[in-house]
Each structure stands twice: as C-alpha cells, then as structure tokens.
Design a protein around this ligand. Structure first.
Ligand SMILES: Nc1nc2c(ncn2[C@@H]2O[C@H](COP(=O)(O)OP(=O)(O)OP(=O)(O)O)[C@@H](O)[C@H]2O)c(=O)[nH]1
Ligand SMILES: [Mg+2]
Length: 300
C-alpha cells in the first residue's frame, strides 16, 4: 500500500510539490492568488479552488500557537469535503453483483475489468468477465489474454455479435455458476456517439432481464490525465445510463489530478477505484483522505 501511495504521489507530484511550497508560505493575497491559479490549472474547478484557498487562508491567519491545522492540512480537509463524505458503498447482497464498466475508448475499461476481477478473486470471490466490446475484434482477445493470465473466466461473443446478448449470456452464466460478481467490459468506440450510448442503454435493459436489479453498478472509467475534458464526457454517460460510480485511471502520470474532484461535484457520484499503473494491484479502492493529502504534498 505504501508503494501505491508513493506512486499516486509521484503522479501528482508536479501538483503536490507546487502546492506544498505555496502552502508553506505566508498566505497573503499574492500567495492566495497563486494557489487559486494552480488549483484551476490542476483542473479542480473554480468552486473547489475558492474553498481550498479560503480554508488555507483562514488556517494561516490563526495565531500560530492556537493553530489546529496548518494551511496544507486545511487545504487537504477542504478537498476531502469537496469529495463529499461518500465512501464506497459495500456490495449490495445481490448474487452475482453485476458491474458494468463504461467509458470512451482508451479510458482503461478492459484493463480495469481484469484488475477488478483479480482483486475480488484475491478476496476470495468468484468473478466472471463479460466481453461486451464486440465492435473491436481485438477487444475480446485482450480481455481473454488478461483473464488467462489471472485465471478468471470470460464469456464473450463473435466479433460483431450483439453486445447486449453477450451481457445476457455472461450474467446468466454468472447466475448459473453462483458467481459473486460479473464484470461487463463494454465498447468505447462506435460509428457515432449516439449509437454507442444507445448500445449501452440496451446492454442495461437486457442485463436486467437476465438478473433482476442488474446491472447493480454502472461505473464510468475515466482517464485521469484528460483533466477538465472528462467532465463533459462524464455528464453525457451519466445522462445516458445513470452512473453509480467512477473509476479514474492513469493518475500515475498526470498533473491534472484535480479533475476527479470536479467530476464528483458535477455528478454527485463517488469515485470507487483509482488506477496508478498497469499492474493488477495498481487499481485500488479510492481513499479520499490519501488522495487529498497527496495532492497538497502531505504525508499519508
Ligand atoms: N499508466 C497507466 N496506464 C493505464 C492505467 N489504466 C489503464 N492503462 C493503460 O491504458 C491503455 C488503455 O487501456 P484499455 O483498458 O485497453 O482501455 P479501454 O477503455 O478498454 O479502451 P477501448 O477498448 O479502446 O475502448 C492500456 O495500455 C492500459 O494498460 C493506469 O492506471 N495507469
Ligand atoms: Mg477495451
């Protein structure tokens, strides 16, 4: 876990170093303006930027002897508040729990599906993967290759098969085998965006016929390095299917790590997992406190 935290920190380090230096200075008007500017540059969004600046200034103004928090700690607390008090809701008792992963192409859906399966299997749960991206011929093979390496079973279809039919089969297989979780990987690219969203809605409808209440989770996978561009993306998917969570990948290589706060605020949907690398263990449950502290350069 320490390694994971270090990697998250390294990814956010350009942001974190700058914040750490700034927050160690007297929070006068000039420092406050610079802090605001840097928060905006890291894609936190204006509302969070204002709150963090106000918190840091207020902490600084307090008599040093009476100070309960340093400006950096106050800033981290403010970022945590912006993320809401939502923590990952435990799995509802449904068996199998059906998790659908959505997102634009290259966001990290397929690798995230495999990493989740690995994680849950390590926890002693049985998982089944549904390869619903039948649009790209290589997509099913990519998932199968991962599954083979991890020892997880995949249900797929021929290239061009109806993704909803694959989802139906995968969920039915999960029910028949008494699996704990079925993870559905979906396409990120189709002829048009409207076509993609229609396809995803159909996967949702058909999955519900295979298993009442499914999909229990609809998690949007976002590439964390996209910054503020991901807000609009997230809104479109949320309007189309009603998301229940976010997974933010590639936080190991970005200075724009604030965007996830902006997306959470915009959608009111919590971050469930974050990705900080390409290995299975590099996907970890989101810890708002660790994230907020990393961002401003504080130790765990
Ligand atoms: N550095 C880093 N790379 C990641 C992370 N998550 C995913 N990737 C990489 O991002 C690339 C795209 O990942 P995929 O899982 O194929 O993305 P996808 O959303 O399934 O893409 P499509 O199937 O084309 O829609 C791969 O090379 C992954 O290894 C992460 O947290 N950190
Ligand atoms: Mg994929």
């Amino acid at each position: 876990m320490a390694g994971f935290f270090e990697r998250l920190k390294a990814g956010l380090s350009r942001t974190a170093d700058a914040f750490a230096n700034l927050l160690a200075r007297p929070m006068d008007a000039a420092a406050a303006a610079e802090l605001r500017e840097r928060l905006i540059a890291a894609d936190f969004g204006p509302a969070t930027a204002e709150e963090v600046v106000a918190a840091a200034r207020a902490a600084w103004k307090t008599d040093a002897a009476l100070r309960q928090q340093t400006p950096a700690e106050a800033a981290a607390a403010s970022i945590m508040r912006a993320l809401g008090s939502e923590t990952v809701a435990g799995h509802a008792p449904a068996k199998p729990q059906v998790i659908m992963l959505l997102g634009v192409n290259g966001a990290g859906k397929t690798t995230t599906a495999a990493k989740l399966a690995w994680r849950w299997r390590e926890e002693g749960k049985t998982c089944l993967l549904g390869a619903c991206d039948t649009f790209r011929a290589a997509a099913g093979e990519q998932l199968s290759a991962w599954a083979g390496r991890l020892g997880v079973e995949v249900v797929g279809g021929a290239p061009g098969a109806d993704p909803a039919a694959v989802a139906f089969d995968a969920v039915k297989a999960g029910v028949a085998r008494g699996a704990d979780a079925v993870i559905l990987d979906t396409a990120g690219r189709l002829h048009t965006k409207a076509h993609l969203l229609e396809e995803l809605r159909k996967v949702v409808r058909v999955t519900a016929k295979a298993h009442p209440g499914a999909p229990h989770e609809k998690w949007l996978v976002l590439d964390g390095s996209l910054g503020a561009n991901s807000i609009e993306q997230a809104r479109i998917f949320h309007e189309a299917v009603g998301l229940t969570g976010l997974i933010v990948t590639t936080l190991d290589g970005t200075a724009r790590g604030g965007a996830l706060v902006a997306v959470v605020r915009e959608l009111g949907v919590p971050v469930r997992f974050i990705g900080v690398g390409e290995q299975p263990a590099d996907l970890q449950p989101f810890d708002a406190r660790a994230y907020a502290r990393s961002v401003v350069g504080l130790a765990e």
